[in-house]
Write a protein that binds this ligand. Structure first.
Ligand code: AMP
Ligand code: MG
Length: 404
């Protein structure tokens, strides 16, 4: 048995970013930039006005109020090549328009009488005011978004500003998902005696999709070697493989044996964590294989703690673990020693602190409390008693954290 931390570090040291592809900027949000992006030109390209107002020479405006003759008009989108602000004059200018020759300040229209032929300035003018300087945001040649950065709307804006229509990003891995068990029936049928709906395959596909990777549902491996061979062989064609159930020590648990037969090498089996004890991890070439236990709660929690960080790493993310923070327990919790326990909780904000209360029955077969949980508490292996008022490590669960 490996510890929870060892399991994670074995997984993360054995997966790498997938290859690079170029996508349209419109499709790049949420992806990780795979190459440094450097500016092909200065931004701004030319000095320009930050306000609607008047381009002036600050030396003309030493005494306030001051009157200037308005000799021109520069709206946004024009060129200012032929325009000059002469002594004692002003040029009416709109935000974003290039500042004309001679001008060293822009006076906002609100600080004037808004005159058309003659304008009166009512406030002191400082040399340089309200002029955006050429290159002050980004200089040509400078890297403005580094490889490895998550592309959010601000990055999209800057990539667009510099004309990058196609963006190099890390590829999204195709993740094969299969479940095992003779008791499983497909969604759409009503279970009879001894049957349960193959719910894990859909919840795993949903979880894969939430990471940004591409789920590929392979189907159900029945509880015999031949069916396992066929399904696992198919699953190994993807960039990563996730299996549900059939990984314990039962008579019908064939996943690990068949993976071994197909040439995968197991890096661990059994982890010091509850739920999720029977989790196994193997590599087939460089393809990671996550064999997750079948109880729906265990499947989801082991996906969350082991598979999700790996898939994020494969997509180029550098922050692959959810941030842990402290929450105060609102009730006592007991646990057995020797294993990390992951507890389904609800979080509430109280007097500037997070308060954690149990989401209810913590048995692995109880799905309801997984639905009710908004976060997970990670209780250390050695401790056995946690008192109300004590602080524990927690992290959010799921991407829609505004549920709390
Ligand atoms: P196993 O590891 O095969 O013994 O399965 C452990 C438990 O998980 C059993 O109660 C199964 O019925 C349940 N289980 C297995 N596979 C699935 C699945 N695909 N969807 C929902 N429950 C499952
Ligand atoms: Mg089974």
């Amino acid at each position: 048995m490996v510890s929870f931390e060892e399991a994670r570090s074995i997984i993360l040291s054995n997966v790498n970013a997938c290859g690079v592809e170029r996508v349209h900027l419109q499709d790049a949000v949420g992806r990780i930039l795979a190459e440094d992006a450097s500016a092909p030109w200065d931004m701004p390209l030319w000095d320009n006005s930050a306000m609607d107002g008047y381009a002036v020479r600050s030396a003309d405006c030493a005494e306030i109020p001051c009157k200037l003759k308005v000799t021109g008009f520069l709206p946004a989108g024009v060129r200012a090549d032929g325009v000059t602000v002469e002594a004692g004059c002003a040029v009416r200018i709109m935000t974003g328009a290039p500042t004309p020759k001679g001008c060293d300040a822009v006076v906002p229209v609100e600080e004037t009488d808004d005159g058309q032929d003659l304008v009166t300035l009512n406030e002191t003018v400082v040399c340089g005011q309200h002029i955006r300087l050429n290159g002050e945001d980004v200089r040509a040649g400078v890297v403005f978004v580094r490889a490895g950065t998550l592309i959010r709307p601000p990055e999209v804006n800057m990539l667009a500003t510099f004309g990058m229509a196609l963006v190099p990003v890390f590829r999204r891995p195709v993740v094969a998902i299969l479940s095992t068990g003779d008791e499983l029936i497909e969604l759409g049928r009503t279970p009879g005696p001894g049957e349960i709906v193959n719910s894990n395959i859909l919840s795993l596909a949903a979880a894969v999709q939430e990471t940004g990777a591409i789920p590929r549902i392979i189907g159900i491996a029945r509880d015999n070697l031949e069916s396992h061979r066929e399904m696992l062989r198919e699953g190994l064609k993807a960039d990563a493989l996730i299996t549900s159930a059939g990984v314990s020590a039962g008579d019908c648990d064939f996943v690990r044996d068949v993976l071994d037969e197909l040439g995968a090498s197991q890096l661990f089996w059994k982890v010091g964590v509850k739920p999720g004890g029977p989790t196994a991890f193997a590599l087939h070439g460089t393809t990671p294989i996550f064999s997750l236990p079948g109880n729906p709660v265990s499947t989801m929690i082991t996906f969350e703690e082991f598979a999700r960080p790996a898939l994020l790493k494969m997509m180029g993310h550098s922050h692959v673990l959810r941030p842990l923070f402290k929450a105060v327990l609102s009730e006592d919790i007991k646990k057995k020693p020797g294993k990390i326990q992951i507890v389904r909780i609800r979080l509430e904000r109280e007097n500037g602190r997070w308060l954690a209360s149990s989401a209810g029955n913590q048995q692995t077969a109880i799905l309801r409390t997984m639905v009710d949980a908004t976060a997970l508490a990670i209780l250390p292996a050695e401790s056995t008693r946690f008192k109300a008022g004590e602080e524990v490590d927690v992290h959010f669960y799921g991407s829609h954290i505004d549920l709390i």
